[in-house]
Design a protein around this ligand. Structure first.
Ligand SMILES: [Zn+2]
Length: 78
């Protein structure tokens, strides 16, 4: 007899065994972040590739700010 397992995040019946006790990778990630840092409420699905993009974007924009800063300083002097 198989006991029905429900996802602790969305309470859907769980079928895939590789993500137990969660129904999906997404719910597992949500649960992980909930326990990892209770301050953040996860409302959007987490995509690791998107997080990487955000990190890359962050460092890139910082560089731009630095370039913009030195450029405007030169203009101010003239
Ligand atoms: Zn779920």
């Amino acid at each position: 007899m198989v006991r029905p397992v429900t996802c602790p995040i969305c309470h859907k019946p769980v079928q895939a065994s590789k993500t137990l006790p969660f129904c999906s990778e997404r719910c597992r990630t949500i649960d992980f972040f909930r326990w990892n840092d209770g301050r953040y409420a996860i409302v959007e699905p987490l995509d690791p590739t998107r997080i990487q993009e955000e990190l890359l974007k962050g460092s890139d924009s910082e560089e731009h700010e630095l370039l913009k800063g030195s450029d405007s300083e030169e203009h101010a002097e003239e």
